[in-house]
Design a protein around this ligand. Structure first.
Ligand code: UD1
Ligand code: CA
Length: 419
């Protein structure tokens, strides 16, 4: 099998974003947009990934560090010029090269994988991805001949009225035979209107040389959503949110109000768990079966809820775990806490986990009962079956032993209440 390398184009300024931050570094679900494109490149088995950087090159280079190398495009003279900047690195390479844009975070790895497979099978010089969409404004349109064969990609600015009506567009994902790509990309002429070198012109060029060009078409318009404006970024968030929630519901999770529920990618939720409205669940959170979350809950990264746990309204949980059947129903902050099975976290409980320098741990034993408005100043331990009185402040290191009741400020252990 031929080897595969990937080039991701990310040197553009993203003028339409009107931002100091390069558009590929704007975040979707807390991760830079370009991260998702790198995910796809890795998933399809790229031997190596090169990112073309230009505008705010250092910032983009830092963001992709460890996952990709960078090639600097000093002046942003267009997508073909960006690819040409990589030619030195590909001189001795004879495999295939995937070219993608850094601004398409919803790109689906399955589609890209099928593109690469088709390219390998057909032996085309270039196989690229097209999509049928209802609003094709702004994208390159696919021009086809009478027999349906692809003839060219026409950019918005150069398209005539009839071409503008075409609903098949260029996604911006191409698989090339590397040698042919670098042999031809230098011959692309500058576009007269935009004064840029368009990679899309390579289609006509390869065809004129008698080379084979093939396409894969997807009906999933979301796959190619290019993030060119902040409205696009919001749309990408909305589209992926809907997909995630549908997937969870299909998997047995009740989402009472999808319109106000936010679940980031990479969250696992067990069946028969109910998510109430106005809830935000961050990446990596694990929730067991038969749990109840929200309304108005925020579960931040590093959080896990064991089966049957409840996190009710106005509660933030961060880097904490709740054991089976543990309950925190109202107005609490739990940070860096381990809460034992069936413990009850009273209304208004706060773990004071941050002392201004470090984050410290709170350990709450199984079946412990934390009274309303308790402040637990970490690091601190509350024993199994221990109880704190309403309004008590358990200070740093003043652990409450198993089964004991502590009250006051600072909380004093006064008597045994549980075995
Ligand atoms: C491009 C395609 C268009 C396609 C669309 C899909 C061209 C000429 N047009 O248009 O057919 O429908 O993507 O989203 O390729 N970049 C560089 N260096 C440059 C210019 C751009 O690295 O000199 C990078 C940008 O950072 C971006 C990507 O290339 O990640 C695409 O550039 P962009 O300006 O967004 O192209 P579109 O106008 O969207
Ligand atoms: Ca774009």
């Amino acid at each position: 099998m031929k080897s595969l390398r990937t080039i991701i184009l990310a040197a553009g300024k993203g003028t339409r974003f009107k931002s100091e931050t390069p558009k590929v570094l704007h975040e979707l679900w807390g991760r830079p947009v370009i991260d998702y494109v790198i995910d796809v490149a890795e998933a399809v088995g790229s031997l190596r990934i090169d990112v073309v950087v230009g505008h705010k090159a250092e910032a983009v280079a830092e963001a992709v560090q460890g996952r990709a190398s960078v090639v600097v495009q000093k002046e942003q003279l267009g997508t073909a010029h960006a690819v040409r900047c990589c030619s030195d690195k590909f001189r001795a390479y004879k495999g295939d090269v995937l070219v993608m844009c850094g601004d398409t975070p919803l790109l689906d790895k399955k589609i890209v994988r099928s593109l690469v497979m088709r390219h390998r099978k057909s032996g085309a010089a270039c196989t690229f991805l097209t999509a049928r969409i209802s609003n094709s404004h702004g994208y390159g349109r696919i021009i086809r001949g009478a027999g349906g064969q692809v003839v060219a990609i026409r950019e918005e600015k150069d398209a005539n009225a009839d071409e503008k009506k075409l609903d098949e567009i260029n996604v911006g994902v191409y698989c090339f035979a590397s040698e042919l790509l670098f042999r031809s990309v230098g011959d692309i002429r500058q576009n007269a209107r935009k004064r840029e070198f368009y990679l899309t012109d390579i289609i006509e060029l390869l065809l004129s040389l008698g080379k084979k060009v093939d396409t894969v078409t997807t009906d999933d318009w979301t796959a190619n959503l290019g993030i060119n404006t902040r409205a696009d970024l919001a749309l990408a968030g909305a589209v992926s949110r809907e997909k995630i929630l549908k997937y969870l519901m299909a998997d047995g999770v009740t989402v009472v109000d999808p319109a106000t529920t936010y679940v980031e990618p990479g969250v696992r939720i067990g069946s028969d768990t109910i998510i109430f409205p106005c809830t935000y669940i961050h990446q990596g959170v694990r929730i067991g079966k038969n749990c109840s979350v929200g309304p108005f809950a925020r579960l931040r990264p590093g959080t896990s809820l064991a089966d049957g746990a409840t996190v009710g309204n106005f509660i933030e949980v961060s880097r904490s775990s709740l054991g089976p059947g543990a309950v925190a129903k109202h107005f609490s902050f739990l940070g860096d806490a381990v809460v034992g099975a069936q413990a009850n976290i009273g209304c208004g409980t706060v773990t004071a986990n941050y002392d201004g320098k470090n984050k410290n741990k709170t350990n709450i034993g199984r079946k412990a009962f934390i009274g309303c408005d308790t402040v637990l100043v970490a690091p601190v331990k509350i024993g199994n079956g221990a109880v704190t009185g309403a309004g008590s402040v358990v200070t740093k290191g003043r652990d409450v032993p198993d089964g004991m009741l502590a009250v006051g400020l600072p909380a004093r252990v006064i008597k045994k209440v549980n075995k």
